[in-house]
Design a protein around this ligand. Structure first.
Ligand code: NDP
Length: 232
């Protein structure tokens, strides 16, 4: 029985991760900022009694991270996969009017949050069976791919997430815990928008293939949903 924790699971790719992992028979802790309003997730929980636990988490608030880990330890005695999926993109930033609030908040959610969530889950992961950490990063955080100005706070934060997770890949290697960075493609979610090319179910199925194949040998890599390595 796989025990999996997914952040930002009330909509978009996080909800799709929860759906596909439950279909595989996994036990899932799915987090969201406001469980009372997470209708789709609560319906999924009702359809999978005892296998889906919906818990609150705002990754920008360290106190909620500590509380999440305490609550998770009550339902799981070890964690097999942590999926850091929650993320934020503030559209419409312009050079000349960049502001500290947007930059700091985006950095806190997309880069600092996943690093702190992973650190807080480390003991549970050490008690897991072939434990793994997967992170939904973005090609927009690839410095090698950056050919124009756009989504600066988001791109800076995802580049920082990539470095943060390569750091954690080294920190967790002695415990046998590999860490992966994933790009889901341009996926049709609230963030990706209606014109995005990739169906969320296809994006998540592809990312799960990469997570399944993840070992210490491939720890610290940055890959897309089709298994291609991406430049940093
Ligand atoms: P959505 O906007 O559809 O969903 C984002 C999720 O993150 C929501 O569950 C949201 O919760 C949650 N979230 C936002 N801020 C916080 C916070 N402070 N604490 C906890 N949860 C938070 O986006 P996607 O599903 O498309 O994105 C999922 C991941 O994939 C993100 O990391 C994103 O950067 C990445 N990605 C997406 C791409 C795409 O094309 N869609 C492309 C590349 C990467 P709430 O409902 O409360 O806001």
């Amino acid at each position: 029985m796989q025990r999996i924790l997914i952040t930002g699971a009330n909509r978009g790719l996080g909800l799709e991760f929860a759906t596909q992992l439950l279909a595989r028979g996994a036990h899932v802790v799915a987090t969201c900022r406001d469980p009372a309003k997470a209708n789709a997730l609560n319906h999924l929980a009702a359809a999978h009694p005892g296998r889906l636990h919906v818990l609150p988490l705002d990754v920008s608030q360290p106190a909620t991270i500590d509380e999440l880990v305490r609550e998770t330890a009550l339902v799981f005695d070890g964690l097999d996969t942590l999926i850091n999926n929650a993320g934020v993109l503030v559209p419409g930033e312009r050079f000349g009017s960049l502001d500290v609030q947007t930059m700091e908040h985006t950095f806190r959610v997309n880069a600092v949050g996943p690093v702190l969530v992973t650190q807080a889950c480390a003991d549970l992961l050490r008690r897991g069976t072939t434990p793994k950490v997967a992170n939904v990063s973005s090609q927009l955080g690839s410095i090698g791919h950056c050919g124009s100005f756009g989504t600066p706070s988001y791109s800076i934060s995802k580049a920082a997430l990539n470095m943060g997770m390569v750091q954690l890949a080294h920190a967790l290697e002695p415990d046998g815990i590999p860490v992966l960075l994933l790009h889901p493609g341009w996926a049709r979610t609230d963030m990706g928008g209606p014109n995005a090319q990739v169906d969320p179910a296809v994006a998540v199925a592809g990312m799960l293939r990469e997570i399944d194949a993840l070992t210490l040998k491939t720890s610290g890599r940055f890959r897309d949903w089709q298994g291609h390595d991406l430049p940093w």
